[in-house]
Design a protein around this ligand. Structure first.
Ligand code: HEM
Length: 408
C-alpha cells in the first residue's frame, strides 16, 4: 500500500522555473520519492534502474488501451484513437514485431553515403545563410531547418509543402504531452485527417511513378503489405515517423549547442578535437535529452523496487532524470564530451527503443560539428532565449545567437 512521503516534494511542472531547468526538481524526487503518485493520477518514476526495468518489462505496455482512462479521454476523437492504436510506439507484440520489421526495412536508406552527402549540403547551405547575419534564431534558422528538410527529402515531400507538413505533425505530436487540453486533442484530430489525406495522395502518386527508388515507394512494396493491414497501419506510422524525424532532432542540435555555450571549455575541446564528436553527441543526449519521458501501463500486477503496480495504472518514466541519476553516472550534472561508457536512456530501451537513433545521431554529428567550426566566436542573448513549456519534448522555443565577429 502506497504511503506518500510527506517530506517529498510533489511533482509539479507548473512551478516557476521548472521548464528553464527541471533537473533540481528531478533530483529532489529521485532522492525523496523515486516512485511518486502525481496529481495527474499517473506514477512518476525518476531513478535510472526503475525506468530501465520498466522499459524492458514484458508486463508494462505502451498500448494505451490498457490504461483505465483511455476511453474517456479519446471517446470523441476517433482519429486520435486510430493514430494511437496503430502506430508502432503504441502497440505490443506480435503486431509490434511485424510492424517494426516492416518499417525498419523501408526506412533504412539504400545508401548512407548519399544521405550523409545530402545532410551535409543542407547544413552547409543553412550555415552559409547564417554567416551573413549579426544575430539569428538558431532554432528556426538552423536546428529545425536541418532535420525538417532532411525528413522531407526522405519522404520526397516537395519543399513547398514543408511548412504545412511541419504544422500538421506538430499538432499531432502534441498528443505525447500529459493532460492534453481539448484544443490540443481537436488540433491533433484535424492534423491527422489532413496529413493522412496528403500522404495517401503521395502514395497514390508514387504507385504511378516508374523506377522510383525511395522510402514511400518501398513502403508500397507488395511483400511488406502482407505483414500488416495497410489501411489501418501505414498512414499512422508515416505520420509518426515524419513527426519523430524532426521534432526531437531539432532539440538534440539546439540543446547540444546550448550546453556547449554554457560550458566553454567543452566547446574549445570539441573544436580542437573534432574526432570526439560521436562521444559528444551521446553526452548531449544524456545531459539534456530532447525527449524527457516515456509512458507505460501495467498489464498485470508488477513489483518494481518495493512498489506493487496494479493493472491499468499508468507510469511516466522521466528519462531526463534517469540520465542524471548519480547511481548510474559519475558527476551527472557535469557535461563531459569524453564520457564513456554512456548508457543514457534518451533513445529508450527494450522493444520500443528508438528506430531513428541512427538518423538523429548522423544529423546531430554533421550539424553540431559544422556549426562549432563555422562560428568560432559567438554568444547567446539570454533576453532572447526561452525554453518551451513542454514536459516531453525539451527544447528551446527561441535561441538567439550573436556573432561576435561582427562587433570587432
Ligand atoms: C534526438 C532525437 C531522438 C530522440 C531523443 C528519440 C527518442 C525516442 C525514445 C525515447 C523512444 C522510445 C519511446 C518509448 O519507449 O516509449 C523513441 C522511439 C521511436 N523513435 Fe525516436 N528519438 C529521436 C529521433 C528519432 C528519429 C529521427 C526518428 C525517425 C525518423 C525516430 C523514430 C522513432 C520511432 C519510430 C520510435 C518507436 C519505435 C518502437 O516503438 O518500436 N526517432 N524515440
Amino acid at each position: 500500500m502506497y504511503q506518500r512521503n510527506l517530506k517529498a516534494p510533489r511533482f509539479n511542472p507548473y512551478v516557476p522555473g521548472y521548464f528553464d531547468n527541471p533537473y533540481p526538481f528531478y533530483q529532489e524526487l529521485r532522492d525523496c520519492e523515486p516512485i511518486h503518485k502525481s496529481f495527474m493520477g499517473s506514477w512518476v518514476l525518476t531513478r535510472y534502474k526503475d525506468c530501465e526495468e520498466i522499459l524492458k518489462h514484458p508486463d508494462f505496455s505502451s498500448d494505451l488501451r490498457y490504461w483505465t482512462g483511455f476511453e474517456k479521454r479519446y471517446q470523441n476523437k476517433k482519429l486520435v484513437a486510430w493514430m494511437l492504436n496503430h502506430n508502432v510506439l503504441n502497440v505490443d507484440p506480435p503486431v509490434h514485431t511485424d510492424l517494426r520489421n516492416y518499417l525498419k526495412k523501408s526506412f533504412m536508406p539504400t545508401s548512407i553515403d548519399l544521405l550523409t552527402k545530402k545532410i551535409t549540403e543542407i547544413v552547409d547551405e543553412k550555415i552559409g545563410n547564417l554567416k551573413a547575419k549579426e544575430s539569428f534564431d538558431l532554432i528556426s534558422e538552423f536546428a529545425l531547418a536541418v532535420p525538417l528538410t532532411t525528413i522531407c527529402y526522405i519522404f520526397d515531400i516537395p519543399l513547398s509543402y514543408m511548412e504545412q507538413a511541419k504544422q500538421w505533425s506538430i499538432n499531432v505530436s502534441n498528443l505525447i504531452e500529459p493532460l492534453p487540453e481539448m484544443s490540443t486533442l481537436n488540433g491533433a484530430n484535424q492534423g491527422i485527417i489532413d496529413f493522412a489525406a496528403y500522404l495517401k495522395q503521395r502514395l497514390e502518386e508514387k504507385e504511378l511513378e516508374e523506377d522510383a527508388d525511395d522510402f514511400l515507394t518501398s513502403i508500397l512494396n507488395e511483400p511488406l503489405k502482407k505483414l500488416v493491414d495497410t489501411d489501418k497501419y501505414v498512414l499512422p506510422n508515416l505520420i509518426m515517423l515524419f513527426a519523430a524525424g524532426h521534432e526531437t532532432t531539432v532539440n538534440l542540435i539546439g540543446n547540444g549547442i546550448y550546453a556547449l555555450l554554457n560550458n566553454p571549455s567543452q566547446m574549445t575541446f570539441l573544436r580542437n578535437h573534432p574526432e570526439h564528436i560521436e562521444l559528444a553527441i551521446e553526452e548531449f543526449l544524456r545531459y539534456d535529452s530532447s525527449q524527457q519521458l516515456a509512458w507505460r501501463v501495467a498489464t498485470k500486477e508488477v513489483m518494481i523496487g518495493d512498489h506493487l503496480f496494479q493493472p491499468g495504472e499508468q507510469v511516466m518514466l522521466l528519462l531526463g532524470s534517469a540520465n542524471r541519476d548519480p547511481r548510474e553516472f559519475e558527476n551527472p550534472n557535469q557535461l563531459d564530451v569524453t564520457r564513456s561508457p554512456n548508457r543514457h536512456l534518451s533513445f529508450g530501451r527494450g522493444r520500443h527503443q528508438c528506430m531513428g537513433a541512427w538518423l538523429a545521431r548522423l544529423q546531430g554529428k554533421i550539424a553540431i560539428q559544422a556549426f562549432c567550426q563555422a562560428f568560432p566566436d559567438i554568444h547567446y542573448d539570454t533576453d532572447r532565449t526561452e525554453w518551451l513549456s513542454k514536459l516531453s519534448f525539451r527544447g528551446l522555443k527561441r535561441f538567439t545567437i550573436v556573432n561576435n565577429e561582427y562587433f570587432q
